[in-house]
Design a protein around this ligand. Structure first.
Ligand SMILES: Nc1ncnc2c1ncn2[C@@H]1O[C@H](COP(=O)(O)OP(=O)(O)OP(=O)(O)O)[C@@H](O)[C@H]1O
Length: 293
């Protein structure tokens, strides 16, 4: 089981005035860890540094005590499915994995067994001789996970794996990741809150390069308790209300509308309600963006 220590990590890209990562400190234990943040939050940058594809500007990361500057050792410990991953479209599934197994230095005598085992695990055995260009989006992502696991790494890192998938494939992929997290450390990076809610209780939230939350979902929900309200307005009251409040839900019912909204202070004629994970996520981002304005 792998433990990842991230200590005071900063990344500045050349020509950018704000850092992509700003003094991030985090410990990730075995099991599934969700890394949540909107586009541009710094998720991919953190994952690229972890997988040794980018260099940090300052700070350090260790995986099981090994510093990430030891690239070869770290790459043996980590399997990675990047956000944009391409296979040769005319290659067959089994042949593509064989090619990657050779690159990953899987011993020749173990390659066939390893690939068949992985295809079985990601439910692609029936596609073994299919050409990659014939696979669906969900199948391609499962193949991406198989390639990331080719040398049986202790850590699996997946960057936005459910983007563009239909609900059935999204759920299938999430369940697959959960099963791989039983005996590994899995980092799932996403901007989709339900991906995290359905797979793990341990998460970190990045916003504009800052880690604005780290802990479990109970602690996260406690953060926004007392800041989420529900009420009903007449349709013509809504535009004015929207000028001063951030709505998280809006359901039209004839001449009125039922709304849920965020507020720092209690609001008369509105009932406090328990926030969902998605609403807390919005709340934390709003608070953080107010602070740095
Ligand atoms: N190679 C690069 N050169 C310059 N700036 C970069 C580079 N890669 C990322 N950035 C910038 O760093 C910030 C963080 O980007 P990053 O891709 O890590 O975010 P993200 O949370 O993964 O978002 P997305 O899901 O959109 O990729 C953004 O402002 C982005 O424009």
């Amino acid at each position: 089981m792998a433990t990842i220590h991230i200590d005071n990590l900063t990344k500045r890209y050349r020509g950018k005035s704000t850092p992509a990562l700003n003094h991030i400190s985090l410990e990730i234990q075995s099991g599934m860890f969700g890394l949540l943040g909107k586009n541009g939050a710094g998720k991919s940058t953190l994952l690229k540094i972890l997988t040794t594809l980018e260099q940090p500007t300052a700070g350090s990361i260790t995986v099981n005590g090994i510093a990430i500057r030891n690239k070869a050792k770290i790459r043996n410990l980590i399997g990675y499915l990047p956000q944009h991953f391409g296979f040769y479209p005319n290659m067959k599934v089994f042949d593509a994995l064989t090619y990657l197994a050779i690159l990953a230095k899987v011993p020749p005598r173990q390659q066939k067994h390893r690939i068949n085992q992985l295809l079985d695990e990601v439910n692609l055995s029936a596609q073994s001789t299919a050409k990659i260009k014939s696979l669906s989006g969900g199948m391609l992502q499962r193949l991406g996970i198989a390639q990331a696991l080719i040398n049986d790494p202790q850590v699996l890192i997946v960057d936005e794996p459910t983007a563009g998938l239909d609900p059935e494939e999204r759920i299938r992929l999430r369940n697959l990741l959960t099963s791989f997290a039983q005996n590994r450390t899995v980092i799932l990076s996403t901007h989709i809150v339900s991906d995290i809610a359905a797979t793990t209780n341990k998460l970190g939230i990045l916003n504009e390069g800052n880690l604005i939350f780290h802990g479990n979902s109970q602690k996260l929900i406690a953060n926004a308790k007392g800041h989420l309200f529900e009420t009903r307005l007449l349709n013509d009251q809504l535009p004015h209300f929207k000028l001063n409040h951030q709505l998280t839900e809006q359901i039209s019912e004839d001449s009125s509308v039922k709304i849920r909204f965020l507020s720092q202070n209690p609001v008369s004629d509105a009932t406090p309600v328990l926030p969902t994970l998605e609403e807390v996520y919005l709340y934390l981002q709003t608070v953080h963006e107010e602070v740095i304005k």
